[in-house]
Design a protein around this ligand. Structure first.
Ligand SMILES: Cc1ncc(COP(=O)(O)O)c(C=O)c1O
Length: 309
C-alpha cells in the first residue's frame, strides 16, 4: 500500500460522510447493513440516493446473506457499505463470506465498496478479522475507513484514516481541504505516539471486552424475554427483546427512565433493528452488573407487561 493513498482525517465519520457524498446522489443506489451504524442511512438519504438495506438477523447470527446481497445489486448500485466487526450487532464477516462477497463484486465492476473497519483490532479469540484490503482485485474501487477511536480508545481526540484508490484519492483530499483543512496537529502527534508505543494495551483491552462480553451474553440470556447472540468483536451485543412484548423504543425508554440504564433502541439502527436493543459494554463490570441486577430485581416483582404503562 502506497502512503499516497492514505488520508488522515478527524475521525472515522468523515470518511463515511465524504464517501457517501461522492457516490450518492439522485440516480444511485447504496446498499448498507441494517441494523447498522445509523449515519450510513442518514447520509445516503441526505444525498438523494436510494438507501437499500441488507437485512441482518439474529437467527443467522447477524451474518450477511451473500445471495440476498447479490440480488440487491442493480445497474444503479454505486456503493456497498460493509462493517465488520459490526456496530450494533457484534457480528463479524468470516473469511469465507468475504471471499463470496468479493466474488460477487467481481461480477459487478461498477460497484464501489466502503469497508468500515473501525473495530478491526477488537476481535475475540477464535475469530479472524478479514480486511477487504487483502483482495487486490477490488483495490481500485475500495475505500477503507479506520482510525484511532476504538483501537486506542481515542474517540474524543478525533482522528482516523482512510485508504483510497488512486482514482479518487485527490478528489477526497480536495473534499477534506474544503471542509476541515487538516487534522489538528497535536492530535496527530498523539496518534503517532499511540502507534509507536507499546501495543499490549490493545490486546489487554480486547481481552477485557471479550470477558465482559461473555458475562453480558450469559446474564442477558437469563433474563426473561431476552435472547442474546454472542459477540465476535467490538463491544456490543444486540439481544432480541421480541418476547418481552415491548417495542424497542418502549423498552429503551423504560430502562432509561424507570431503571436508570442506558441502552439504544434497535430501531435507531434501521427498520430491521426493531425487536432488538443495543447494549454497549464499554463500561465497568461493576456498572454492568448493577444494570443486570436492576432488571432482574424489577422482574422479581413485576412483568414486562407492566412496563408498558
Ligand atoms: C461502525 C462505526 N463506524 C464509524 C464510527 C465513527 O468513529 P469515529 O468516532 O472515529 O468518528 C463508529 C463510532 O461509533 C462506529 O461504530
Amino acid at each position: 500500500m502506497n502512503p499516497d493513498n492514505i488520508l488522515i482525517v478527524p475521525g472515522g465519520k468523515v470518511t463515511m460522510w465524504h464517501t457517501i457524498l461522492m457516490f450518492g446522489g439522485k440516480n444511485s443506489e447504496i446498499i448498507y447493513p441494517n441494523p447498522g451504524f445509523p449515519i450510513y442511512e442518514s447520509v445516503i438519504n441526505y444525498t438523494g440516493a436510494k438507501a437499500v438495506p441488507i437485512k441482518l438477523d439474529n437467527k443467522t447470527d447477524f451474518n450477511i446473506n451473500v445471495k440476498a446481497l447479490n440480488d440487491l445489486i442493480t445497474k444503479k448500485t454505486s456503493l456497498i457499505i460493509l462493517n465488520s466487526p459490526s456496530n450494533p450487532t457484534g457480528g463479524l464477516i468470516s473469511k469465507k463470506d468475504m471471499d463470496a462477497i468479493v466474488n460477487i463484486l467481481d461480477q459487478h465492476p461498477h460497484v464501489h465498496i466502503l469497508s468500515d473497519e473501525i473495530y478491526s483490532r477488537i476481535v475475540y479469540k477464535g475469530n479472524q478479522f478479514t480486511s477487504l484490503l487483502s483482495y487486490p482485485n477490488i483495490r481500485d474501487r475500495l475505500i477503507i475507513l479506520d482510525g484511532w477511536s476504538k483501537t486506542y480508545a481515542m474517540t474524543g481526540w478525533r482522528i482516523g484514516y482512510s485508504v483510497w484508490p488512486n482514482k479518487y484519492v485527490k478528489m477526497s483530499e480536495r473534499l477534506n481541504i474544503n471542509s476541515f483543512s487538516c487534522t489538528n496537529a497535536a492530535t496527530q502527534y498523539a496518534a503517532i505516539s499511540a502507534l509507536k508505543g507499546p501495543q499490549d494495551c490493545v490486546e489487554n483491552m480486547t481481552n477485557i471486552f471479550e470477558k465482559r462480553g461473555k458475562m453480558v451474553f450469559k446474564e442477558l440470556n437469563s433474563i426473561e424475554g431476552f435472547t442474546c447472540n454472542s459477540s465476535k468483536g467490538a463491544f456490543y451485543v444486540l439481544p432480541s427483546i421480541k418476547k418481552t412484548g415491548l417495542t424497542s423504543d418502549q423498552l429503551q425508554d423504560f430502562l432509561l427512565y424507570k431503571l436508570g440504564i442506558t441502552t439504544v433502541s434497535g430501531k435507531s439502527f434501521g427498520i430491521f433493528g426493531e425487536g432488538y436493543i443495543r447494549i454497549s459494554y464499554a463500561n465497568s463490570e461493576e456498572n454492568i452488573k448493577e444494570a443486570i441486577f436492576r432488571i432482574k430485581n424489577y422482574l422479581k416483582k413485576k412483568s414486562w407487561a407492566d412496563a408498558k404503562n
